[in-house]
Ligand binder design. Sequence first.
Ligand SMILES: [Zn+2]
Length: 682
Amino acid sequence: MRLTLRTSFLLLGLAWLPLALRAQLLAGGEDAALACRQARLSQAARSAATTGASVRHRLKMDRYDVKWYKLDLALENNSRALAGSALLLVRVGAQPLDSLAFELYQAPVGAAPSAATLTIDSVVVGGQRSPGVLRRGQEATAALAQPAPAGSQLAARIYYHGTAPNGNTSAIGNAFNTATSYRRAGVDYPYNVTWSLSEPFSAHEWFPCKQVLTDKADSSAVSVTTTLPNKVGSNGVLRRTVPLPGNKVRYEWSSRHPIAYYLISVAVAPYVEYTTAASLPDGSRVPVVNYVYDQASLAYYQGGIDQTGRLLGNFSQLVDNYHFADEKYGHSMAPIGGGMEHQTMTTLQDFGFTLVAHELFHQWFGDNVTCASWHDIWLNEAFASYGEYLSMQAFDTPTNVRAWMDDAQARARLEPAGTVYVPDTTNVSRIFSYNLTYKKGAAVVHLLRYLCHDDVRFFRVLRTYQRQYGNSTARTADLQRLFETELGQSLDYFFAQWYRGNGYPIFNVRWNQVGNALFLQVNEGVTNGATPAFFQTEVDYQLTFQDGNTRSVRLSQAQASQGFSVPVSGTVAAVAVDPAGWLPDQPGTVQRDNALVLAAPAASVPALSFFPNPARSQLTIADLPASATAEIIDATGRVVGRQPVLAARPQVATQALAPGLYLLRLFSAEGAVVGQGRFTKE
Ligand SMILES: [Zn+2]
């Protein structure tokens, strides 16, 4: 999901930003609008009446597994009135079931008689009418005429009608909404459109459901009866449209892919349909079905819509084939204030390049693999945001690509006290914190890519993640484990720093050159209140020589104050920290210090004794007191390998190294350097 605000709010919303950044954001146009969604979200969250069912009710819902949602509703494009039924096909768990618990919105006790509410007409389970439905707020429990045996399948049809709530009663989704105009190029045009937006927990405001992320339905179907010339956009494939008396039509959509409750959607309006096709790397073609407001909008947005195909191809190439290729991808337009990644049918307000890319990448990160908890929402949003960056890398200029990441990192630094991890999952504005969940999250994905040293490895992890957790849900620990497997090292320190931790490192560098030795003394500070107080990371340094040549060295910052000696030929004129902008560090100082001479590289670190040297396939470390992590650094200062070394078996594999001179450095579990020494690989 990516939401924006109108321009009038935008300027107010930006007032708190530093001037330079404000100018940069305003110049950025589309992205700029996102700055102020915070304000709106906070307001929405304050007034949100619903954040999910009680623990007790959830336990009741967890006694079954949802297999299928089949909605059959009457909807119009000018009203939030709803009528129809929802079929929930469920599998009963290990205990027999005497009642079926689910969620459906109900007006608060004492609300005006005219208040929006959804009334249950009847619940029919296994062909028998429920003897009674108990309702408490959004929690509904239908008694079963006969207990359902453990492990059995149960079909429950819930007939209901009413008006979906809106505004104050909803979370940011305004789960069900209707509008009488849309805006294009700053002009409002009269137009009636009704749409859903259920994330994070507003699906119950328009259909009976179980709002538990980890229980995806195996498949879904949405049928909607409406008045012509309305069309209805939804998930999966349009199986058929059925003409009905009285100028009505029924759209019948269904999908055979697992789906999270909040990704089921509808959009109803007198759309024009514009369908293209995307080619995937495996040679298959996917229809891209677009429900656009009208011909004028189609003419205006066609260029933007037509980008979808190559974006789909690029993501499929980089990560994994589009998972829903056997059905479709598509867009339904609605004045939604941004976009929402409804599975196979994104709802969006316009076709801006990064908005289309963001919602599309969600089909991998969010839809195919869904975060298992709202604590882990960055698994959806940070990756979708990184999809904007990946798309720009493929199709935009290097300057714009760099500006995107610089902006993301600058926004992350606006929140030195915040974490990517969401501590309070009842707070909608915190879940969707633009600076933390989206931008800091994207900066952390970028750091994972940096840590891999190699895009082949980075994208291999993303592909494995898609294949291992596809059709299902994942937690941050699952992603961590996959990167650890790829890199052969524990990443506890990385996720402690960047996911659970807050704040940013600051690199203050003094440097000097004596003969062919360049000395760097790097003192790492952190922003106020940072946790942890030290960030272990590699840092690239760009050396600019007097003749104008440049060279980059990657050095591993293993302690807060560290000296490096880098062999150079030529005279160094300047040193720059992190020239490619991989790190979200707070800029520090770089000074030449003619008095700086480092006797030997980090003389305080104990010398390791190991054999044989020169080495062939492995080195054995003598007197290793405790298990450690070994880092191998080549003659240019680049880290070329990392591996755990066990005290019980103190060996370092060197087989894969090219012949040459290397530095071996050992780190304790706490990240301190406990020894180092040079060796030659034959
Ligand atoms: Zn998103």
